[in-house]
Structures are given as C-alpha cells and as structure tokens.
Design a protein. Structure first.
Length: 341
C-alpha cells in the first residue's frame, strides 16, 4: 500500500510570558483561560499598544480565532508582525503560517520561509517542521532533502509527531539521508506512540513486511487497528485482509467484511473488490450475487481489473433482471459516495 505523507499542519496556543508577568497581563491570561475573552481583550490591548510582545501575540490569536472579537486575519497579522519584529518566536511561526496559507496577506512562500526560519532558529518546533516541509517541497526555497531532514530532525527531537513521521519517511525512502529501515521504524514508533494515525499505519507495514524489524503479524495487526480506528482507509483494508486470511489473528470473515466495508466506503478499490468476493462466496455475509456484482462493478470502475473479470463470471449466473438490479444498486452506491450500500 502507498506510504502517506503528512501535509502542512499548524497549531496555535495561548502562551504566557516569562517569570516577570505584569499584573494586567496575568489578569488577561487568567480571564482567557476561563473563556472570558472580553476581559482578556481589555487587559491585553493597552499592553499591546505599549509594545508588549506577549500581549501582541495573544491579541493575534484572539483575532485569528474570533475570540472576544470578530475573526479578522488581517488584524491577527498586524499584531503578530509587531510581536515578530521584537523576536517573538511564536508570532514569527504564526506569521509564517499566514503567509503560507494566504490568510490576511497575499500568499507568499518566500515570506513564509523568512518567518519560519527566524522562529526555527529560536528552537520553535512547529516552525522547524514547517520549514522542513518547505525545503522538502521546494516552496519559497530551492528543493533540498538534506535541509528538510535537518529541520525535521530538530523538530522531531523536541517530540513533534508529524516531524517524527516525516523523518521516518525520509529514512525509509533514502531521501536526504542514507536509506535505513531501522531508523525509519524508530521515528515511526515515536510518532505512532503519540497517536499519529499515518505513523501507526506505516509502522504496521514495517512489521507486516519485516522491514527494519522482525516480521510480526500480531504487532502489524495492533498498529493497523489503531490507524484503522482513526479512519485510515489503507489500514482498514489491510486489517480486512488479515482477518480474511487469519494472519496474526483468528480467521474471522465477519470482521473482515466490517473492515473491507469501511475501506470500501472510502473508495479503496481492492476493498470493494474483496467485498464482491465475500458476497459471491457467502463469507461473513449472506451469499448474494446481486451484491457481488454491485461491488465488482464499483471496483471495476475504480480500475480493479480482477473485479471486471469476476463481474463477468457472476453475470453468467444471474438473470437479466438481477443484473439490472445490481447495476442500479451500483449507480445508487456511487451517488451516496459508497456509504450505506
């Protein structure tokens, strides 16, 4: 199955300044933590006007999220710029996000990189991760896998799960570093243990195939299950295969059908084709050629050549009215985006 690459992911949190908190700032912070953003605004606005970088940063968050004020990306950018110009790493990182996404400012990869770099050089993990993404993709900077690995590593060493996952991908694919399955497993594991579904899926693949670890179907099943429960379609399909075959788990057709169905509903052609097999054989479901034809028809339209052949075989055992019914069900299923078929 395909390896999954994490896309841009950005978070912003209210933060407090250093030890010497001004009383007014603390009053605002206490109010914000209680959800009283009107009081927070009252306390922070004068401080922000007096060039308090932390107050400016938090005002930016309020305008970004529409808390206590109407949501206004331009005003968020205004306050973050003022804080960033004073060296506030969180504001620099968030400014990078705004230029990256074109929120409140025209989209500008080079300016995004500028602000990410300033924050990353101060050790801001999210900025380091996002800077790694820019070097990986060559957006705003020349494409450079080694630089991507550098920034991913710095973020990953701070516990940034997506950086850990992307670093695992780099080692697995040998991009910017020598190919190394064991090191890929190390970083996938750290990300997977933080609950990152894509890392859980890839770790399942490593154990299933014996890449970088001894082959272990039970451990593969564990990680696939965690990823599948978070909605990773490929993990759902692979779980279906394992229950279907009895690999790492007692053979169980009903559970196989459950996972095939969830993957099929997300458009995985192989899962749709395997559902056709289950209906044709009556494994885990009541035998039904109409539904076998329906699922093979859907899988065939998604490019599954085996499903096309199977559809032709089952059609020879069906009446014209049954074939027409199956075709109608297939059209209706597609219209429902494969849900509730």
């Amino acid at each position: 199955m395909k390896r999954i690459l994490i896309a841009l992911c950005l978070t912003t949190l209210l933060v407090s300044p250093g030890v010497c908190l001004a009383a007014d700032f603390q009053k605002g912070l206490d109010a914000a933590r209680k959800g009283d953003f009107v009081t927070a605004l009252k306390e922070w606005a004068p401080l922000a006007e007096q060039r308090d970088a932390d107050a400016q940063f938090n005002l930016g968050l309020m305008y970004e999220n529409g808390r206590g004020v109407p949501q206004d990306y331009k005003t968020a950018v205004k306050w973050w710029t003022l804080a960033a110009e004073q060296g506030h790493a969180g504001a620099q990182s968030n400014l990078g996000v705004m230029y990256d996404k074109g929120q409140g400012v025209p989209q500008d990869d080079k300016t995004a990189v500028k602000w990410y770099t300033l924050a990353a050089e101060q050790g801001h993990a999210s900025a380091q991760f996002n800077l790694g993404l820019r070097y990986r993709k060559g957006e705003g900077v020349p494409q450079d896998d080694k630089a991507a690995v550098k920034w991913y590593t710095l973020a990953a060493e701070q516990g940034h799960a997506k950086a850990q996952f992307n670093l695992g991908l780099r080692y697995y694919n040998g991009e910017g570093v020598p190919q190394d399955d064991k090191t890929a497993v190390k970083w996938y594991t750290l990300a997977a243990e933080q609950g990152l579904a894509e890392a859980q899926f890839n770790l399942g693949l490593m154990y299933r195939n014996g890449d970088g670890v001894p082959q272990d179907d039970k451990t593969a099943l564990k990680w696939y299950t965690l990823a599948a429960e978070q909605g990773i379609a490929e993990a759902q399909y692979n779980l279906g295969v394992m229950y279907d075959s009895g690999d790492g788990v007692p053979q169980d057709d009903k559970t196989a059908v459950k996972w095939y169905t969830l993957a099929a509903e997300q458009g995985i052609a192989e899962a749709q084709g395997n559902l056709g097999v289950m209906y044709a054989k009556g494994e885990g479901v009541i035998q039904d050629n109409v539904y076998a034809h329906m699922w093979w028809n859907i899988a065939a339209s998604s490019g599954d050549e085996g499903a096309s052949k199977n559809r032709g075989i089952v059609a020879e055992m069906m009446t014209p009215s049954q074939i027409a019914e199956a075709q109608t069900l297939a059209r209706e299923c597609v219209k429902k985006n494969y849900k509730g078929c």
